[in-house]
Design a protein around this ligand. Structure first.
Ligand code: AMP
Length: 600
């Protein structure tokens, strides 16, 4: 293993790295730094978040750039504002002893004039999100004619987020002579196309095998139904009282809903997604970094900029649409030498995707059973006992109270004392899990999805019916023609004489209204309108729209005094309450059974 000096970096950079506590280069740094310093060839690097890739591309650029020339010499594109800010900040740290080097970070949602002023003062390095970078190029505030290095960081994410046109524009605005450095955790077709079209015979390096997951991560899957998905998630959290995890969801709505349910059920959780303002996102990320919250429920995109190295678990509430993204998700744990567990909750249909993921990560998923109430109680109990064993006694503080306490408890022998102490902590939890169902028997009536499905649908009124020659097939055709979404699921359909009802996946409620509103379709010459109506009936055959998946998840808040006896069916969200959760049994800070009360 080389040192940073041996990789060809000068003393001022090496000193800054020492101040940051970087003792030795990571694998990707060891490969990328000498390569970029010694060659102007383009570079394709397979590297995940957490591998040290920011330093891998920015340190050689700092080594080579001309500090006395204030033109933009390096442009670094990153998919999100958070990541751009993080890269900008890292580079500033790296040039602590290179005072002439200036870095400007540009991103959307912030004042453009401030960014323009900073660019005018002269910056050798610009870090930007694609959209804002193109805006500034168009305004001639950002001139890339002298660029020597173009870095595409997390290229796969940028393309996932639909920045293809922006990437094309930036690539065209930079001179042909530049060196392009492309960093990506996955290499789907679109990324390969960028490499093919815009890079000349790139050198390939990797921090591990292409797309392969970290060795420090083990992968587990739990079989669930839509009805058991959320309770299973909670049991996993309950089994791990010191959990520090990101739960990944596919949509903003799913994210908010899972987070809302967890918060209501007393977990130390919060949501992170694109519907939140920047201020809200910064606040949530700040709390998660400080571990004020233990569980972050997030969309893939929103979690990109979050740099935490100690996650114990990554939970896939639903698998990502593009399975390559599983590597991104699972790579958030098992970082900086820590071990991590990536957990996937899958229903019967989703299980098929696991084989494809195994081929990418070159590892097998281990099938794991949803813990029983007894296992959780046992685990929590042992966790508490371990903590008691490890607790330091602050004699000077408690000495004055001890004589009275000893006197009060004098009548109890050792065993009785232990029993009472354990019961004090555990009675509520024991009661809570007393009648807990086995969530692994997926065919049981309680666990099967049938009763939960309608909770996830929104019922619409439509002003055409049998007299307009409408039938279910035609109605499905009409709905699909509105291009509401690839994964829309259509539920029960009731065709009546002059009007009808249909159900749509609740996730697509707004999109459905908007699509019908915008398209203003007609049906055999009659203009069609729809509105949301109250749900009147349950059951009814489910019919598929374009694709079978995409159904919203049910939330199964606890209402009664035990998990086993709670009636989870057909309840409105407002009925749920956190008051029924099992309380305090040995959580780290404020007590609470692997959870804490909301700290907001
Ligand atoms: P990155 O993959 O660039 O997001 O880096 C992940 C984390 O590892 C960041 O917190 C970096 O500050 C840290 N890091 C990067 N390189 C090193 C290194 N050589 N030694 C110690 N920490 C590092």
């Amino acid at each position: 293993m080389s040192t940073f000096l041996e990789l060809g970096l000068k003393a001022p950079i090496n000193n800054a790295l020492t101040d940051l506590g970087y003792e030795k280069p990571t694998v990707i740094q060891e490969k990328a730094i000498p390569q970029i310093i010694s060659s102007t060839d383009d570079l394709k690097a397979f590297a995940q978040t957490g591998t040290g890739k920011t330093a891998a591309f920015s340190l050689p650029i700092l080594e080579l750039l001309n500090e006395d020339n204030s033109n933009v010499q390096a442009i670094i594109l990153s998919p999100t504002r958070e990541l751009a800010v993080q890269i900008g900040k890292n580079i500033e740290d790296f040039c602590k002893y290179l005072p002439k080097v200036k870095v400007t970070t540009v991103y959307g949602g912030a004042n453009m004039d401030t960014q323009i002023r900073s660019l005018k003062r002269g910056s050798q390095i610009v870090v930007g999100t694609p959209g804002r970078t193109v805006d500034l190029i168009n305004r001639r505030a950002l001139k890339l004619g002298n660029v020597q290095w173009l870095v595409l960081d997390e290229a796969d994410e940028m393309l996932n987020m639909g920045f293809k046109d922006e990437l094309d524009k930036v690539l065209e605005a930079t001179p042909e002579t530049k060196q392009t450095l492309l960093f990506s955790a996955t290499f789907p077709r679109e990324v390969e196309a960028i490499a093919k079209n815009y890079m000349t015979k790139p050198v390939e390096i990797t921090s591990g095998e292409k797309n392969q997951g970290s060795d420090n991560v083990s992968h587990e899957y739990y079989s669930v139904t839509e009805r058991t998905r959320y309770p299973a998630l909670k049991r996993i959290a309950d089994l791990n009282p010191d959990i520090y995890a990101i739960i990944f969801c596919r949509t903003r709505r799913e994210t908010q809903e899972v987070a809302d349910n967890l918060i209501k059920d007393g977990y130390s959780a919060d949501a992170l997604h694109g519907d939140l303002s920047q201020g809200q996102r910064d606040s949530v990320m700040g709390k998660f970094r400080k571990k004020t919250i233990q569980i972050l429920v997030a969309t893939d995109v929103a979690a990109r900029g979050l740099d935490v190295t100690e996650l114990t678990h990554v939970l896939n509430h639903k698998l990502p649409d593009q399975i390559e993204n599983y590597t991104h998700r699972s790579g958030r744990t098992g970082r900086a030498g820590n071990k991590g567990i990536s957990i996937v909750l899958v229903n019967g249909k989703e299980k098929g995707k696991l084989r494809a993921i195994e081929r990418i990560i070159k590892k097998k998923f281990v099938e794991t059973k949803v813990p029983t109430g007894k296992e959780i109680v046992e685990n929590q109990l042992m966790n508490l006992i371990d903590k008691v064993q490890a607790t330091k006694v602050n004699e000077s503080e408690i000495n004055e109270f001890l004589p009275t306490i000893y006197e009060k408890l004098a009548a109890l022998d050792r065993e009785e004392l232990i029993q009472k102490f354990v019961s004090l902590e555990f009675n509520t939890m024991l009661a809570y899990y007393e009648n807990a169902k086995d969530l692994n028997d997926l065919s049981s009536r309680e666990n099967s999805r049938a009763r939960a499905t309608n909770e996830n649908m929104t019922r619409f009124f439509i002003n055409i019916g049998r007299k307009d020659s409408l039938n279910p097939a035609k109605l499905i055709g009409l709905i699909n023609d509105q291009n509401i979404g690839d994964k829309i699921e259509i539920g029960a359909i009731d065709i009546l004489d002059t009007f009808s009802f249909f159900e749509i996946d609740k996730n697509f409620e707004n999109e459905t209204l908007a699509a019908f509103g915008e398209n203003q379709p007609d049906f055999d010459g009659r203009s069609v309108n729809i509105e949301i109506t109250k749900k009147e009936r349950s059951g009814g055959g489910r019919r598929r729209g374009k694709k079978p998946f995409g159904k919203k998840d049910g939330g199964f808040g606890r209402k009664r005094s035990s998990e086993g006896s709670s009636d989870r069916g057909g309840r409105k969200r407002s009925d749920r309450s956190s008051s029924d959760r099992p309380k305090n049994s040995g959580d780290r800070k404020s007590g609470g059974f692997g959870r804490r009360r909301r700290e907001r």
